[in-house]
Design a protein around this ligand. Structure first.
Ligand SMILES: *Cc1c(COP(=O)(O)O)cnc(C)c1O
Length: 405
């Protein structure tokens, strides 16, 4: 399967005509249970749909192929997927997290898992020295998001992998194995590197080939692509790790329903085509905004003015994504006016759908961050974030032109 190119994998991987009827599309298996011929004798591992469902299995194989991984696992949300990874840790473990991760990801680590005795250090991972300085003997997880949200910082995945390996060589894995705990009874022997690939999508960036142990997606965004579902996924190449993740996926039970899996399978078939248009449109709009007199600064990895533009060119292929952040001159009042005057862009949180969205991070998506943390990250009151859709770009530019007045 891996010798096929992305668009071919997107349409075919994990799927074959239904063996009973020849239906070309994977059926939606709306069933909670599967009949057994003799107690405990089950067909292809299908006994109960939390554990395994054929529509979900097709989607999991499809996503694994798109990320160049061997194992895919789907969840009922992106945070449900993250929770599955965090459950691999135990009390006393430590996480190094990139500083402007998705707010909900930070909340899960900083509120829920801190409550369970797991510590975390946030660093600006565009500065590798900060990553190195954050490691502790108990560090067992390094978590990064690139491009980040909303500052679109680009982090060098390969370089962070190098630092994690150097650090791993200096630690002695500790903690006794407790076989009564099943797969979780063995402590993690080395720190895991997890990359949240939601903003880039598997079409633009392949973290597993750059050294990530696990890739995470909020499928709610580009993978779903039509703003009609909430879901998440993990992909890995590491079989023992996949077994641990699979164990928690089933034990905790945050799995998506078959209808949502069907919608995602339909969506991944057009992922490459959608991403091409998202990237084309966003690049045109970013260039247009950059010379607009009412705009102070545009942040887009595809612009030479972006601080990590050269890294983005190496690390992402085929484009720089559909997300743009920019600072409107005149602070809160001016940016609020723009957000109230747009017609085609919808004022809403979330991203990655075919329709264009616009939002105000300081008031909306990143309001839960303390004001000084927002300031340190550069999320000021004039900052707006655009999720550029796949409409005709001239109409999108026309809408922004009017709104900027
Ligand atoms: C939305 C998002 C998440 C959380 O995913 P949900 O599907 O909303 O649970 C995680 N990471 C990033 C980068 C996101 O944009």
């Amino acid at each position: 399967m891996f010798d096929q190119r992305f668009g071919t994998r997107a349409i075919h991987a994990g799927q074959r005509p239904d063996p009973t009827t020849g239906a070309i599309m994977t059926p939606v298996y709306l069933t909670s249970t599967f009949v057994q011929n003799s107690p405990g004798v089950v067909k292809d591992g299908y006994d109960y749909a939390r554990s395994k469902n054929p529509t979900r299995a097709a989607l999991e194989a499809n996503l694994a192929a798109l990320e160049g991984g061997r194992f895919g696992l789907c969840f009922s949300s992106g945070l449900g997927a993250m929770d599955c990874v965090l459950h691999q840790l135990r009390e006393g473990d430590h996480i190094v997290l990139s500083d402007d991760v998705y707010g909900g990801s930070f909340r899960l680590v900083d509120k829920v898992y801190r409550h369970h005795g797991i510590a975390c250090t946030r660093v600006d991972m565009t500065d590798l020295g900060q990553v190195k300085a954050a490691f502790r003997p108990e560090t067992r997880l390094v978590w990064l998001e690139t491009p980040s949200n909303p500052m679109l910082k680009v982090i060098d995945i390969k370089a962070v992998r190098g630092l994690v390996d150097e650090f791993a060589a200096t630690i002695t894995p500790s903690g006794a194995t407790d076989a009564t705990l099943g797969p979780l009874g063995t402590p993690l022997q080395r720190p895991l590197l997890v990359v949240d690939n939601t903003f880039a999508s598997p079409y633009l960036q392949s973290p597993l080939s750059l050294g990530a142990d696990i890739v995470l997606h909020s499928c709610t965004k580009y993978i779903g692509g039509h703003s009609d579902l909430v879901a998440g996924a993990l992909i890995t190449r590491d079989e023992p790790l996949a077994e641990r993740l699979r164990y928690v996926q089933n034990a905790v039970g945050a799995v998506p329903g078959a209808l949502d899996c069907f919608l995602m399978l339909r969506s991944t078939k057009t992922l490459h085509v959608r991403m091409q248009r998202h990237c084309e449109n966003a690049l045109r709009i970013a260039r247009w905004l950059e010379v607009h007199p009412k705009i102070e600064r545009v942040i887009y990895p595809g612009l030479p003015s972006h601080p990590q533009h050269e890294l983005a060119r190496r690390q992402m292929c085929g484009g720089f994504g559909g997300m743009i952040s920019c600072v409107v001159k005149g602070g809160l009042e001016a940016s609020r006016a723009v957000l109230e005057r747009v017609h085609l862009f919808s004022l809403a949180e979330s991203l990655g759908g075919v329709e264009s969205l616009i939002e105000h991070p300081a008031i909306m998506t990143h309001a839960s961050l303390p004001a000084d943390a927002r300031r340190t990250l550069g999320i000021d009151d004039g900052l707006i974030r655009l999720s550029v859709g796949i409409e005709d770009v001239e109409d999108l530019i026309g809408d922004l032109e009017k709104a900027l007045g």
